[in-house]
Design a protein. Sequence first.
Length: 343
Amino acid sequence: MHMTESPRPSGAYTTDQDPTSYPYDGTTYGSTAGGYPPPPPYAPGRRERRAKRPAVLLTAVALVAALVGGGTATLVGQLNSGSDGATGSSGAVRGTTVSQSSKGTVAGVAEAVSPAIVEIGAASSAGRSTGSGVVITEDGEIVTNNHVISGAQQIEVTLSTGKTYTADVVGTDPDKDLALIKLRGASGLKTATLGDSSQVKVGDQVVAIGSPEGLTGTVTSGIISALDRDVTIARDDSGSSGQGRGTDRWPFEFGGQQFNGDTGERTTTYKALQTDASLNPGNSGGALINMDGEIIGINSAMYSPSSSASGSGSTAGSVGLGFAIPVDTLKADLDTLRAGNTS
């Protein structure tokens, strides 16, 4: 702050001021008729010290600014590194993940992963059925359930954008109910990230995305209800009840009971994740996703009890009893599927 002096002439001080005496050069302030003498020698010294204070203050402010600036840079770096590092804990395939600002929300998971989930229409001599799939490469590799495309003579895939492609079967594994198909002429597709199902715990929140009843891109949420459930399914579409192609309701066995019809004589059993996220016919082959946007399972079996109304055989909807193939099972089988094994 700039300081100025305004020396007062003799007699300018009011009478109520205290004419305190200060010894200086043998003269007493306020006692001489000629008024106040020049300022004492220590006054310039005080002005000099005061003049230095702004410089010291500026130095201190600069130091604080440097510290704050460094902290800000560190924070920004941490946020950026966190965003870049959210691409999946492991895996053969990396792709779309949840943004840092939406992490941990169903809306964030849906926004990030939905573009990588497709609807699969499979046509066969028995009719047409609908399932779901997960895009794992930009040029159109898609993972789904074997039972979704089993016996299909033509496969049509619809992306979340509405664009459709024809697909070919690359490889199948009926024992694990997994299949790999490939789109014709696709490029630049949004892909999903395969996570680590060994880290999944009971009670973890999950999101399911698929095409139940042909409703493409349907999002539901729930939790992991149990781990390592033994689920038995038909290896192909030859179940004695006639369920399979053309019905979307694939029969399975769990806990000694049969659901959605008879599984037939040719069956296979795998360890599954159990979830209460709503799954309905058409969700098969779709994704079960953790809150980091990573695929932890491929939805494969769901119990949809028949409606009692009019005996039409329509389904009454999800009752919170669904199963998914752990993604670690898929990752272990991916090379075999890519090699074109079909059994």
